[in-house]
Design a protein around this ligand. Structure first.
Ligand code: THU
Length: 130
């Protein structure tokens, strides 16, 4: 299965009754495993949990903590880009050069990196005073 297939399949299960905007994400872990996620909204917090966060949770629950590649897909006119919080979450588990493909369901793709999505990311080094 490709990363796109995994993201498209996860997207079909998105629970987005408030926004009506279904998003799918998939990660390939350093060990080769694929992990999908979808957005899950709720009435109290209609923005819910993003697809990227769901994929990260699935990956970590499976015992993998290193992202080798990421893919995000939505039915949008232009490829959807991860929200600020998800950029930080991706940066927690991915090196800056890790490829992130942003896509539409109709097949438009744009490729970027974790570092380009979050330049100057806050990291553990910032808390290191020797
Ligand atoms: N959403 C994601 O799941 N990922 C993104 O990259 C952008 C936005 C979701 C959150 C919410 O359920 C809906 O899209 C509208 O913001």
């Amino acid at each position: 299965m490709t990363l796109r297939d995994a993201a498209m399949t996860a997207r079909e299960n998105a629970y987005a009754p408030y926004s009506g905007f279904k998003v799918g994400a998939a990660l390939r872990g350093a060990g080769g495993g694929l992990f999908g996620g979808c957005n899950v909204e709720n009435v109290a917090y209609p923005e819910g949990t993003c697809a990227e966060a769901g994929a990260i949770a699935a990956m970590v629950a499976a015992g993998e903590t290193v992202i080798a590649e990421a893919y995000v897909v939505a039915d949008s006119p232009e490829p959807v880009t991860p929200c600020g919080g998800c950029r930080q979450k991706l940066a927690e588990f991915a090196a800056p050069d890790v490829r992130v493909t942003l896509a539409t369901t109709s097949g438009v793709e744009t490729t970027t990196t974790v570092g380009a999505l979050l330049p100057g990311a806050f990291g553990a080094d910032h808390m290191d005073r020797g």
